[in-house]
Design a protein. Structure first.
Length: 150
């Protein structure tokens, strides 16, 4: 494993700890902020689409959505055009915490980028975007391989 991957993972895990601590008062646990952000951005998203958007296994998405539904942040309904799909909608409670979630994320970004020049920040964004693009291509290929095996 290269230091780039190790460092990226550490940044992600530290960011998760930071966001979890800041969002605890909202009743949100680990990673649940990303679910709220995406469900609010895409009301009526299917669980499967959400899984692909946030790169989380479908079973984990279902589990987290159940918890968020119990807490009153989202509601799920059966897709009338395809009974196999569950559509996910934010509730008023989700919209009420949305700005706070975004603020915590912005705070984390500012803290972790502290001391970098504007040019360095642009370079980091450029290179991490390329890494993310490569990672997504790999997952697409792996998903196709898995589908072909079925």
């Amino acid at each position: 494993m290269t230091d780039i991957i190790k460092n990226t993972g550490e940044i992600w895990r530290c960011g998760n700890l930071y966001r979890t601590a800041r969002n605890e008062a909202l009743g949100l646990g680990s990673y649940q902020d990303s679910y709220i952000l995406n469900v609010c951005a895409y009301p009526g998203v299917t669980q499967e689409e959400l899984s692909r958007k946030i790169f989380v296994h479908k079973s984990n998405v279902a589990r987290q959505l159940s918890l968020l539904e119990e807490k009153g942040f989202i509601k799920r309904t059966t897709d009338p055009s395809d009974k196999r799909n569950m559509l996910v909608y934010p509730t008023e409670k989700a919209y009420a915490v949305l700005d706070k979630i975004k603020k915590v994320s912005e705070e984390w970004s500012a803290l972790v980028l502290e001391g970098l020049s504007a040019d360095e920040i642009m370079a980091v964004e450029k290179y991490t975007a390329k890494l993310a693009e490569n990672a997504k291509k790999i997952i697409e290929i792996e998903d196709k391989k898995a589908e072909e095996k079925k």
